[in-house]
Design a protein around this ligand. Structure first.
Ligand code: PHE
Length: 458
């Protein structure tokens, strides 16, 4: 009998998986992509990407994980023994190591900023000063590295407690708190003067802005935001209880992820409108959350400094929570792999991943300052890691996962998992197989062609 752990409840499985999906990507990318790429038009395209790529790939990962009850590399070995498919799983583990290392750098920054907010350091600062604070902090050789290590150790602490008592228990606490905080922030933003102007700017449909590039951005965003292609979802699904429904869980996770991304927009755009600041196209990623927004929040609530204070503190706590539920899932990809494939106790497997992440993460953290002139393929270490994961491993993994389930996997296994062995219907199976065979791989292939300049959409 295997002593493998399970998520003890369906809601725990949904919170943990949604926790993986909801992360920095929802907050620092989605709202701005939406605002600059045609508002509601972009949202429609994004939802189409979720339906055609997100849900099919997510359900495939769920089937693979739940059926085999294995880490992502072991799963392919069970389903396709003696073939090269195991490399799809190994690619995921490799990408898991990279993403955990560099994502934790930014996650660490969120602790510094929560601290700055808490100690009321934003009060009375000018936009230029916010830029300077961030430049000085991110290039500092010590503080970002220390926060990085703190964040990695926090993740480690939860991981070593195990699947039920660590990942599930913490997700059940962190996700409701995250939902509560984001709701309060949305309400506060909605009460600001000019809030509707901001929302109007975010949502006004403008189809003239939509071109091939925008569609590709939407696809890339869907991959990152839903944690697709790295075996992260496969790993979590290996802990689903037998009665957990794959289709329901996938739909719930995608819905929560998309709603939270929209809510982030409902925080950022009204605040920007109230502060009189026009969000620029380059207000995306770290510069948005560490330079633009602290300034926007100060200006939006400028007559009410204590509201600005509480609002900023809550916002950075929100970022910490969103990042933490994601880093847990990244760590688990590698920990479950080390534990099961090398027969290690969970603690040793986790220590291995934590150790590597501290070393690689430190290199990434230093690549903003001390190691800033180290370039590999023209990129800093941080950018190289990000590029490798987001532009290479995720789409490649997603493409092979859809080819694997669409073409290779025994359709009986697929149907059995989707119907929970005949307990409920799954009338969509044929449509899903068709999508996985033709549409998803082709769409992802286009991302690659465009990325490597074989042809250009824009
Ligand atoms: N989905 C997370 C986010 O939006 C990132 C992530 C990617 C998490 C891959 C796990 C695996 O930030």
């Amino acid at each position: 009998m295997s002593k493998r752990e399970n998520f003890g409840s369906k809601i725990g499985a949904v919170f943990a998986t949604a926790g993986s999906a909801v992360g920095l990507g929802n907050i620092w990318r989605f709202p701005i992509e939406t605002g600059r790429n045609g508002g509601a038009a972009f949202i429609i395209i994004y939802i189409a990407c979720i339906l055609l790529i997100g849900i099919p790939v997510m359900m495939s990962e769920f089937v693979i994980g739940k059926h085999t009850r294995s880490n992502t590399a072991g799963a392919y070995q069970k389903l396709a023994p003696g073939t090269q498919w195991k490399w799809v799983g190994r690619l995921g583990v490799f990408a898991g190591v990279l993403i955990f290392s560099y994502y934790s750098v930014v996650a660490g920054w969120t602790i510094e900023y929560a601290w700055l907010a808490l100690s009321n350091s934003f009060l009375g600062k000018t936009p230029d000063e916010f830029g300077k604070i961030f430049a000085e902090f991110s290039t500092d050789p010590v503080r970002p590295t220390l926060w990085l290590i703190v964040f990695i150790l926090l993740t480690h602490y939860i991981i070593v407690k195990g699947v039920t008592k660590g990942i599930e228990r913490w997700s059940n606490v962190l996700m409701p708190v995250l939902l509560g905080i984001i709701t309060i922030l949305v309400v506060c933003s909605a009460l600001l003067p000019n809030a509707s102007e901001g929302l109007n700017f975010l949502l006004k449909p403008d189809f003239s802005k939509v071109d091939g590039k925008v569609v590709l951005n939407a696809m890339g965003q869907a991959f990152f935001s839903l944690s697709l292609g790295l075996g992260c979802l496969c790993t979590y699904a290996s802990y689903f209880e037998p009665q957990t429904s794959i289709s329901k869980t996938a739909i719930e996770v995608c819905t929560i992820d998309t709603l939270i991304a929209l809510m982030a927009g409902f925080i950022i755009f009204p605040a920007a409108a109230a502060s009189g600041y026009h969000l620029q196209p380059n207000d995306i990623g770290p510069s948005l959350i560490f330079i633009t927004l602290p300034n926007v929040f100060q200006m939006a609530f400028h007559g009410l400094p204590w509201v600005a204070y509480i609002f900023s503190v809550m916002f950075y706590i929100l970022l910490i929570l969103a990042a933490l539920t994601s880093t847990i899932s990244m760590h688990e990809i590698v920990t479950s792999y080390m534990t099961e494939e090398f027969n290690l106790p969970r603690k040793k497997g986790a220590v291995f991943e934590t150790g590597i992440a501290i070393i690689l993460g430190t290199l990434c953290a230093l690549s903003f300052g001390t190691l800033g002139n180290v370039h590999i393929f023209g990129m800093t270490i941080f950018d190289l890691f990000d590029w490798t994961v987001s532009n290479f491993c995720m789409p490649l993994g997603g493409m092979f996962i859809s080819i694997f389930t669409g073409w290779y996997l025994d359709k009986k296994v697929f149907r059995d998992e989707l119907t929970n062995y005949g307990k409920h219907g799954a009338p969509y199976v044929r449509g899903l197989v068709f999508t996985l065979r033709y549409i998803t791989p082709l769409a992802i292939f286009l991302i690659f062609l465009n990325q490597f300049g074989v042809f250009n959409f824009a």
